[in-house]
Design a protein around this ligand. Structure first.
Ligand code: MG
Length: 162
């Protein structure tokens, strides 16, 4: 089998007055994330991991933040469009693993819901989508609660033809 791996990283700063979207799920919190789209940092990181695995560019090249079309865009739609490029190229998803780095809010209570949401967007089993959470031990911009960072990897494969 032809395996391909991709890495995604994204970060968005907190801002008051926006809802917090994470993994396609609205999380109750006093602040949201600033961005041209809905600023769903987790879906952006996963989208970049999938595009990277397919050698298909990055989220900025497909959905530029200078394009008014993507103002307040639903990142779930961007993820689905990016994943369609991957499957159109003949790949299937093996698995995704992501780590959300944030001091607050606590992510773990929402992990099951987020995994269900992302796997439903990708049309795959929930156990193919792993979401983990950690803090930055109060160090750096994430440690000062200025925003959220997400690291993600995606493994895709092209089934062997015999
Ligand atoms: Mg982003």
């Amino acid at each position: 089998m032809n395996f391909r791996i991709g890495l995604g990283y994204d970060v968005h700063p907190f801002v008051v007055g926006r809802k917090l979207m994470l993994g396609g799920v609205e999380i109750p919190f006093s602040k949201g994330l600033k961005g041209h789209s809905d600023a769903d940092v987790l879906l952006h990181s996963i989208t970049d991991a999938l595009l990277g695995a397919g050698g298909l560019g990055d989220i900025g090249s497909h959905f530029p933040d200078t394009d008014p079309k993507f103002k307040n865009a639903d990142s779930a739609i961007l993820l689905k469009e990016a994943y369609a490029l991957v499957t159109d190229a003949g790949y299937e998803l093996s698995n995704i693993d992501a780590t959300v780095v944030a001091e607050a809010p606590k992510i773990m209570p929402y992990v099951v819901k987020i995994r269900e949401r992302i796997s439903s967007l990708l049309g795959c089993e929930t156990d193919r989508v792993s979401i983990k959470a950690t803090t930055n031990e109060k160090m750096g911009f994430v440690g000062r609660s200025e925003g959220i960072a997400v690291h993600a990897v995606a493994l895709i494969y092209k089934p062997a033809v015999d």
